[in-house]
Design a protein around this ligand. Structure first.
Ligand SMILES: [Zn+2]
Ligand SMILES: [Zn+2]
Length: 367
């Protein structure tokens, strides 16, 4: 199962010419989950190999403007394309209040919008993974999120299977999925006989904006990837303390204490370019990267080499049309919208501009 992180925006508070505002796309198999949606995120998606796919779920870490101002525009674009797939937005308490205001900006939508408030400790469960909200320290209502996979079946012992007389073929698959199978000679083999102990699944943690906090350290324990902010370098430590942000050093110290495999620092203040942040952090925790916009972290299983940074990995052709979206949740809509690259033209939506949203849409003028 492929699992990766696409960095769409890596700047803190204000965008720079090279870095957009907060937005990270989690891709797992055919699923697409956006975490934060800073101003410009929909265009970053359009410019990336992902395209502006009909995201079914967006998680917000908190309600500072650099983390959500991209939402009204994106929701509006989806509506202009005549989207019908429901969209769920998750966020810490305060989400309903925020949307009370935002609705006046984006008007009526062509699809159902669900809002779900999550408190630290709440989770969203899926068949083989879950997303857990955890506490951070940023002075406002805020969540970090951890994607935690279920343990995987143990390694299949091919030699043992052959020794037991299991013929190569479909029986291998059934044993791997935990079944007990009967052999042609009438004997039986159970999964436990040929499978090693269960192996842990992967864990990816996105802390959002926070100072280096005990709660983050616990949530990030043994994570494959910790995405942590490093708004400042150590020389701005006082500023970081005042504003409840982390420095490259404090984030790296946290990564050491949590035992993570890879630390990805993001949300850089516009006074930094990246190399100074990565240098500072690597002095404490060598396995640190500072992704740029459109970089990818490929979260490989440990036996496949573990997580790695793929520079510019999301630049290039759109993924729409590639046959890897098993459940279609992410990509189907991108195609129906006429392809991510062109869909910023409202004429491609099913309705002429304004037809569906009507007079109430006058609030658009306020943008
Ligand atoms: Zn921020
Ligand atoms: Zn913030």
């Amino acid at each position: 199962m492929d699992l990766d992180l696409v960095f769409l925006g890596t700047s803190g508070s204000v965008p720079t010419a090279r870095r957009g505002l907060a937005g990270t796309l989690l891709r797992r198999g055919g699923e697409r989950i956006l975490v934060d949606c800073g101003e410009g995120t929909q265009r970053q998606l359009l410019r990336s190999s992902v395209g502006l796919v009909e995201l079914p779920e967006i998680f917000l870490t908190h309600y500072h403007a650099d983390h959500y101002l991209g939402l009204p525009g994106m929701l509006k674009t989806f509506a202009l394309r005549g989207r019908e797939v429901p969209l769920t937005v998750y966020g810490p308490p305060g989400l309903h209040d925020l949307f009370g205001i935002l609705r006046r900006v984006f008007g009526r939508l062509s699809y159902e919008l669900k809002l779900v408030e999550l408190r630290p400790g709440d989770g969203v469960g899926r068949t083989d993974y879950r997303i857990e909200a955890f506490e951070v320290e940023h002075g406002v209502s805020a969540n970090g999120y951890a994607l935690v996979e279920e343990p995987r079946p143990g390694r299949f012992d091919l030699d043992e299977a052959q020794r037991l007389g299991v013929p190569e073929g479909p029986l291998f698959g059934r044993l791997q999925s935990g079944e007990r199978v009967e052999l042609p000679d009438g004997s039986a083999v159970s999964a436990e006989q040929v499978l090693g102990p269960p192996r842990p699944g992967r864990k990816v943690v996105l802390a959002g904006d926070t100072r280096a906090a005990d709660s983050v350290r616990e949530a990030a324990r043994d994570a494959d990837v910790l995405v942590h902010e490093a708004t400042f370098s150590l020389e701005e430590r006082e500023r970081a303390d005042e504003t409840l942000h982390a420095t490259a050093t404090t984030a790296a110290e946290l990564a050491v204490a949590a035992g993570v495999r890879l630390l990805a620092l993001t949300h850089l203040s516009n006074r930094y370019f990246g190399p100074e942040i990565v240098r500072e952090a690597r002095a404490v925790f060598p396995e640190t990267v500072v992704p740029k916009d459109f970089d990818i972290i490929d979260v490989r299983f440990p036996e496949r080499g573990g997580p790695r940074l793929v520079k510019g990995g999301a630049l290039g052709r759109h993924e729409e049309g590639e046959p890897h979206d098993k459940d279609g949740s992410g990509d189907r809509g991108g195609r129906s919208g006429g392809g991510g690259g062109d869909s910023d033209d409202p004429a491609l939506g099913r309705d002429p501009v304004g037809a569906r949203v009507g007079r109430r849409d006058a609030s658009d003028g306020a943008r």
